[in-house]
Design a protein around this ligand. Sequence first.
Ligand code: NI
Length: 173
Amino acid sequence: MSIRPILIHPDPRLKKRCAPVESISPEIGQLAEDMLETMYEAPGVGLAAPQVGVLQRLFVMDCVKEEDASPRPLVLINPEIVSTSDEVNTYEEGCLSIPEQYAEVTRPARVVMRWTGLDGKVQEEEFDGLWATCAQHELDHLNGKLFIDYLGALKRGMITRKMAKLKREQGRG
Ligand code: NI
């Protein structure tokens, strides 16, 4: 396993619609393991493949928060939304590709998602709370959408300029 570098916004690869995973190859297995390790190390609760520069429809998440609870690493391949609740929830969201910037985003409070697991089996589950927000945030990444795209142009522009400056300072821009 290895930690992969996380792309920082603005980056054209974070704005692309990702392609479906055609087969669950050993490379995909390795990618999923690396993404989980990268997410836990960050630390974060979710990470999508485009954030490590792989433009395929796959993300990982683990929203278990309690320190003494056992982790629940999930790998979602080709995820899709089956249904969403009318009830909404507002969370202060952040993103590993937009470090140290947070903003409130309103999304459906519950979401039923269907995806293929690493074992090739199709799974379906209803998520709520932080899990629902995270799953929708990560699925957005696969469509080239970031949480700041839900904000007004002024705030989004401010965050984007801050990130561009951060990247210049780090010599990555
Ligand atoms: Ni994100």
